[in-house]
Design a protein around this ligand. Sequence first.
Ligand SMILES: Cc1cc2nc3c(=O)[nH]c(=O)nc-3n(C[C@H](O)[C@H](O)[C@H](O)COP(=O)(O)OP(=O)(O)OC[C@H]3O[C@@H](n4cnc5c(N)ncnc54)[C@H](O)[C@@H]3O)c2cc1C
Length: 495
Amino acid sequence: MKSVIVIGSGFAGLSAASFLAKEGYDVTVLEKNDQLGGRARSWKKDGFTFDMGPSWYWMPDVFERYFKELGSNVEAHYELVRLDPSYRVVFGPKDYEDQSPRMKELEEMFDKLDPGSGLRLRKFLKQAEYKYNVGIKDLVFRPGRSLTEFMDMRIAKGLFQLDMLKDMRKHVNEVSSHPKLKAILEFPVLFLGALPQNTPALYSLMNYADMTLGTWYPMKGMNEIIKGMIHVAKELGVKFRTSNEVTGFKYSGNTIVGVLTNSGSFLADIVVGGADYHHIDQHISAPEFREYTPEYWNKRKMAPSSLLFYLGIEGQVPNVLHHNLFFDHELDQHAHEIYTDPKWPTKPLFYASAPSKTDDSVAPKGCENMFLLMPTAPGMGGDTEETREKYYNLMMDRLERFTGSNIRNRVVVKRSFAFQDFQSDYNSFKGNAYGLANTLTQTAILKPRLKSKKVSNLYFAGQLTTPGPGVPPCLISGEVVSKEIVKDQKLKKAV
Ligand SMILES: Cc1cc2nc3c(=O)[nH]c(=O)nc-3n(C[C@H](O)[C@H](O)[C@H](O)COP(=O)(O)OP(=O)(O)OC[C@H]3O[C@@H](n4cnc5c(N)ncnc54)[C@H](O)[C@@H]3O)c2cc1C
């Protein structure tokens, strides 16, 4: 039985470990933190349970597929509910739109704001459905090792419909130029870490995921997905070693034979790097075996970092839903200060999540569990207590004004998490929250490669390689890398 070491226990690492164990490999996951789950860890305090990272459950088919491929099912691990409304978009005091999960109501909302746009939305989503079916059910499973993977007839025929060369902003404008509707249609691509004008219109597949497939929630929190994945992994024989930070590799020629950690060393026939790619490449690999140069990494467009607050609040917070997007300032200005002229934002947009609106288990009786997230530029200094507090007050002012409620005085649990924590807790490159941006020049074969060119048995998975950032792509990333390993091993045997 060949031994595999997987570095990191995020979605990608857990996925790679499980798929390899299913194929009969002897798999050990090494995790630097004392808790498994990576960016999807949870934090408990005084009866509150906070998801520390992802909170939007989109593309339920990807999760169903994941558990099914590993001989299990979603229902065995968590109870999934569809949110209705899906979320609230706040445009100003007393000015908001709720996103209905029903197509007819959604079209009516579009027509109310821009007569005729409802029908255009229907057509837009029809195209988006095609892109979703090709993109999420096919393209993302291609490992991006060579251009020939993308040369088959289905893709060639569909290239026009996939809209690779048009940008999202232009595509959204074809539905409506109403500022509110544009914000609603452009927001999902922000998950991909890039501006709508720099994102291929292929990614309107995210609108299909949002508006047609819906926003779901696993009761007890997103960390339940991680727990389910760990359960499945253990049943397949995967071993876990927490508080084991990988610090280096031992090589024989161009092959890794051992993985060194802060508390020992592990033998390895194959290594999968599921921690941030940049960290493994630049800080764990020996200089002669690095895939890329520091200049290459510095030119990558990273997705934003974030300033987060986990808040336990006594009593209820009125007028908010489970998911609330505060789009009460200009998206373009905040985006400019993230991507073009990086600085702490002047008038930031932010996101407020209150899972206790759906789930009593995440807060003590009668209390609210809230999570505030403000995207910030990656790689930016100045992350001080004072700065964090300044933005806390800025977000709180707007939240209190919108809800008409005094919240600040009722906060009984408060923890912030930002740039420096992303670096220290996850070894994140430039403190990125969600990986490498999905721009046209960082798509498929143009992403950092999944198989090392210099080391014979080193592979990569996770949000800095194919297919990209977000929970569903990371699940897929682990599956894709494991299939490549199995394929390469078969080829080796045959030679
Ligand atoms: C605040 C936030 C909100 C988000 N919201 C959403 C959302 O709503 N929906 C969605 O789909 N996606 C969301 N995302 C993105 C999604 O969470 C990530 O894309 C995904 O979790 C990344 O998984 P990963 O396995 O690539 O990396 P990680 O989860 O970072 O896993 C890598 C692991 O490697 C470990 N590690 C690092 N260095 C070492 C080392 N030297 N030795 C051993 N272990 C090491 C880390 O501790 C970590 O556990 C969000 C992300 C964040 C941060």
